[in-house]
Design a protein around this ligand. Structure first.
Ligand code: NAD
Length: 489
């Protein structure tokens, strides 16, 4: 079994309390690693180390020097793609092809992009009605930033916090999800080897209710980037009131994929299936409500069901596997419980709905990809985020009804629209209440693209240049150059 330790002030170390817990491989149900169970004392030590790095070597570096460190860390991570992919697969249960072709390369590409924008936070000159004064704005680092990440894309989401925090000149104390801590801890080796000064990056593993809360409430932490459920997000927002901590919140979703009768059928089915099943449906922006125009509803549902039934659920380490395990027993219970509730509420199971019967998979947490038809938008399966391979199909008559159903949710992370009518696509893009709208595609990610959350899916913006600025304080400077004293009295 491997050890997963804390990373504080440039060193791997045990938790101050000496406690550990086991991380479980969800495909086998067997222990995978002994993980340090950090606590508030460890967070405090990490925050002090981060503050020292900010006031010291890291804070003194130019944007070009920071860029070189991040680019080097990206190269080192890329050189270890296989190792990181295997570890991510073992920890999360995701297929090795996804970890190798998506999680690690996309993490590298984001880190490279953050390396290229360390000087992109450019302030403005502001035109004020006084020729004797100059007004300009500046972006400056917060100092110590906190990061709290969920379990679905551990390495990628860690890069989405570490990358922009360091690019903007901050230091960071980050907590991976308790069930998937391994790659976030290991990636510290790449940053250290790339020359990141001690203290600029710190990783504290352990329970969210202890480590997460200690990060949000530590007085050194001026900004927290949280990605996780809306429920825990609410708690983080409450805690942020203590020190009026700046927050960037990326929360849950229940995104619609809307298929009109004029859509290209192949494109729509592929989009609906990939939109749902990237990372086995354990994806914040997953298209989990399939809204289909009534005239093509039966045919579209049949085509999606056939595709889902054809997918191979299996050992995540097998390159032929398309869908791996669900991350934990708790999440497995949540997903299977939702399917059961859907049935009780009157949905028809058109695909999946059960665990695979392969005897080799019985010790892990596997669920066949599931399509529930005959659903309405008020059923619990249509309203609650299930976070697994479960798609709920709902018919609609026309554009107006599609918009009404799509927007009838507390969430607003993403939407997908499938149509060949450009006017309709444009109308829909404007009408849908979500931070991202995909047209004739789904689940596309680029470091340049901003990723805002609407409604209860979040506040602020991450990714893209706009998201980069989330990791900087904004300041205005007014400078009198007239030489005149203020004429007040
Ligand atoms: P979660 O909310 O249970 O946990 C997220 C993180 O918060 C974990 O590191 C957890 O340990 C920590 N945490 C738990 N209690 C805490 C507390 N009291 N104070 C501070 N931190 C605490 O989420 P999860 O189950 O790990 O991940 C799934 C959720 O994440 C889904 O809701 C999904 O939609 C969301 N998500 C959102 C995005 C996005 O970009 N919007 C991306 C990925 C995942």
């Amino acid at each position: 079994m491997r050890d997963c330790r804390l990373f504080i002030d440039g060193e791997f170390c045990d938790a101050a309390g000496g406690e550990t817990y086991e991380s479980i491989n969800p495909a086998t149900g067997r222990p995978l690693a002994t993980v340090a169970k950090g606590g508030a004392e460890d967070v405090a030590r990490a925050c002090e180390a981060a503050q020292r790095a900010f006031e010291g070597e890291w804070g003194a570096m130019t944007s070009a020097e920071r860029s070189a460190v991040l680019a080097q860390a990206a190269d080192l991570l890329e050189a270890r793609t296989d190792e990181f992919a295997q570890l991510e697969t073992a920890d999360v249960g995701k297929p090795i092809t996804e970890a190798s072709n998506i999680d690690v390369p996309v993490s590298v590409s984001y880190l490279r992009w953050y390396a290229s924008v360390t000087d992109a936070a450019v302030g403005e000159t502001i035109d004020i009605p006084n020729a004797g004064q100059i007004d300009f704005s500046l972006y400056q680092p917060f100092g110590v930033v906190g990061g709290i990440a969920p379990w679905n894309f551990p390495l990628f989401l860690a890069m989405l916090k570490i990358g922009p925090a360091l690019a903007m000149g901050n230091c960071i104390v980050i907590k991976p999800a308790s069930v998937t801590p391994l790659t976030t801890s290991l990636v510290c080796e790449c940053f250290a080897e790339a020359g990141l000064p001690a203290g600029a990056l710190n990783v504290i593993t352990g329970p969210g209710s202890v480590v997460g809360e200690a990060i949000v409430t530590h007085p050194r932490v001026s900004m927290v980037s949280f990605t996780g459920s809306t429920e825990v997000g609410r708690r983080v927002i409450e805690l942020s009131a203590q020190n009026i901590t700046n927050l960037s919140m990326e929360l849950g979703g229940k995104s619609p994929t809307i298929v009109f009768e004029d859509a290209d059928a192949d494109q729509a089915v592929a989009g609906a299936v990939f939109g749902l099943l990237l990372n086995n449906g354990q994806n914040c922006i997953a298209g989990t409500r399939l809204l289909v125009q009534q005239s093509i509803y039966d045919d579209a549902c049949a085509a999606v069901a056939e595709k889902l039934d054809s997918l191979r659920v299996g050992d995540p380490t097998d390159p032929a596997t398309q869908l791996g395990a669900i991350v934990s027993q708790e999440q497995f219970d949540k997903v299977t419980g939702a399917i059961r509730r859907g049935r009780e509420e009157g949905a028809t199971v058109a695909a999946g709905g059960t665990v695979p019967d392969d005897p080799e998979l019985q010790d892990g947490w596997f669920v066949r990809p599931t399509l529930l038809t005959d659903c309405t938008n008020d059923m619990s399966v249509s309203r609650e985020e299930i976070f697994g391979p479960v798609l709920v199909a709902i018919p609609f008559e026309d554009e107006e009804e599609a918009i009404a159903i799509a927007n009838d949710t507390p969430y607003g992370l993403g939407s997908g629209v499938f149509t060949i009518d450009a006017d309709r696509a444009h109308r829909m893009a404007r009408a849908l209440q979500s931070g991202t709208v995909y047209v004739n595609t789904y689940n596309q990610v680029y470091p340049q693209s901003p990723f805002p959350g609407w409604k209860q899916s979040g506040t602020g913006v991450e990714r893209g240049v706009r998201g980069l600025l989330t990791y900087a304080r904004y300041k205005n400077v007014i400078w009198d150059v007239s030489g005149e004293a203020i004429a007040w009295f």
